[in-house]
Design a protein around this ligand. Structure first.
Ligand code: BG6
Length: 491
């Protein structure tokens, strides 16, 4: 990540003792501090409902940092310096009087960036904004970060937006989707738009289909209650998967100004073929994990997790076939898949190019010999182009050859974590990698009919064993089209 001058800001973290804060946000702030040390006076104020004391809070943060950071990133001196910037207050998010605790910390320094990070349930966004407004804590330099999922459908997302706009202007609202902050997503923009080699092939003439998979080996990890309200469609498909699809499918923007990129992503969302009634059962598979073995460990069924109803119909897996109705993508399926308790944690995009129209070699054409561009976002970032080459030796024997375009193998330094990059963008006021309201609404508009269909349906999700690649329906979804899921190097 580029070195930048020392940062000066205030960041108020609602949900400051929650899972996301401890697992991702505070570690990201610590890494940011190590790359761009904060000016003295910078304040990170964690807001929680039950913070006992600053010492207890700091010791918990230290433990979590050690647990979640790569070992090489931890150092005691940096921690001690970083900890000087950490404060904490106890606030009941829906009780305006309790916000008075913030006054002593925020009454001065009105001119520096003031970030309100709302890492709470989205039903609390409006009460938080209205209390901040009532107490005059929203300065012209203030900005608010809204975690996904924002709302649970189009209507609730709109209601939240309407309320937020009473307190913040659109250029103060940062709707975060941390997948957009991953290094490879930005690299994808360069790969597509700086290389005529790819851009000229990036259409239905040369691409057969595209697969995007976000798999996790973990289950709901103590977030059973949240998951019961959310499910994989709202948690991952409505945001992370659709955003990746937009970046892959969008037209070249005229420049990389935030709104020009967002305009192009929005057009992709408008062009998604709507799924209605019968289309949904044909094109969308939902699953739920039962007990099974993941990485040698026996894991319980979803319905045995804490906070989950015994008869829950909530999906922990979704696979879907999506079409984009425009000139570039007509007839090219995008297969999206996500699930918990799958064999590994990975995020992979596989662009399958069409076969050559005529095979001239004597050696038989292998089944998987079409060119593939495999873009891996995690666990390790890599870009691999799979081509056909000749096997060394006499005669012509064709085999596949992998060309590694991995930036890391060229000796690059540590790449910033997604949240680290996005938090820096918020502090600097760059909205490029954040969603605009119209994108959010259009994504919900497309998802809503699926949610409604599942609500009406009496059939439960298909069960799959923990540690497998999801229910049989997911394999069938591609098999019907004569295709297979790409099971990558990590499997
Ligand atoms: C979050 C979801 O947005 O993304 C979680 O709410 C999921 O359920 C997480 O575990 C995955 O993020 P990452 O970066 O670890 O792939």
């Amino acid at each position: 990540m580029k070195e930048s001058s020392n940062l000066l800001f205030d960041l108020v973290l609602f949900g400051g003792t929650g899972d996301l804060a401890m697992r991702k946000l505070l570690p990201a702030l610590y890494q940011l501090y190590r790359t761009s040390p904060f000016q003295s006076g910078t304040r990170i104020i964690a807001v929680g409902r039950s913070i006992v004391s600053r010492d207890t809070f700091l010791s918990r943060v230290r433990d979590k940092l050690k647990q979640h950071l790569p070992e090489a990133s931890w150092d005691q001196v940096s921690w001690q310096q970083f900890a000087k910037h950490l404060h904490c207050v106890t606030i009941e998010a829906d009780k305006t009087e309790s916000y008075r605790e913030l006054f002593p910390l925020l009454s001065d320094e009105q001119d520096r960036p003031r970030v309100f990070y709302l890492s709470t349930h989205s039903s609390l966004y409006t009460p938080i904004a209205s209390s901040l407004g009532a107490l005059d804590l929203i300065t012209p330099q203030a900005r608010v970060v809204l975690e996904k999922p924002i709302g649970r459908d189009l209507d609730s997302a709109r209601a939240i937006s309407g309320q937020m706009s009473n307190y913040f202007s659109e250029d103060q609202i940062y709707r975060i989707d941390h997948y957009l902050g991953k290094e490879t997503v930005q690299n994808l923009l360069v790969l597509r738009f700086a290389n005529p080699l790819f851009e000229s092939l990036w259409n239905h003439h040369y691409i057969d289909h595209i697969q995007i998979t976000i798999s996790e080996s973990i289950g709901v990890e103590g977030r059973g209650e949240f998951y019961e309200e959310t499910g994989a469609l709202r948690d991952i498909v409505q945001n992370h998967l659709l955003q990746l699809l937009c970046i892959l499918a969008m037209e070249p923007p005229p420049n990389i100004e935030p709104d020009r990129i967002r305009d192009e992503k929005l057009k992709v969302l408008y062009a998604l073929q709507p799924l209605q009634a019968d289309d949904i059962s044909r094109n969308v598979v939902r699953g739920q994990y039962i007990a099974g073995n993941v990485g040698g460990k026996l894991c319980p069924a979803y319905t045995e997790e804490e906070g989950v109803a015994e008869q829950s119909n909530i999906e922990t897996f979704v696979a879907m076939r999506v079409l984009i109705d425009n000139m570039r993508w007509s007839g090219v399926p995008f297969y999206l898949r996500t699930g918990k308790r799958l064999p590994n944690r990975s995020c992979e995009i596989v662009v399958h190019f069409k076969d050559v129209p005529h095979w001239i070699f004597d050696a038989p054409r292998g089944q998987l010999m079409n060119n593939q561009l495999v873009i891996t976002l995690q666990p390790d970032e890599s870009i691999t182009l799979r081509l056909c080459g000749k096997r060394l030796g006499p005669g012509i024997d064709v085999r596949t050859v992998d060309l590694n375009l991995n930036p890391k193998s060229r000796g690059n330094k540590r790449s910033a974590d997604a949240y680290e990059r996005l938090l820096l963008d918020v502090i600097k006021g760059d909205q490029t990698l954040f969603l605009r309201q119209d994108e959010l609404e259009q994504a919900w508009r497309w998802i809503d009919p699926i949610l409604a269909d599942w609500d009406r349906s009496s059939s439960p999700p298909e069960l799959y064993a923990s540690g497998s690649w999801g229910p049989a329906g997911s394999t069938l979804l591609l098999a019907k089209d004569g295709r297979l899921w790409h099971e990558g190097v990590n499997t």
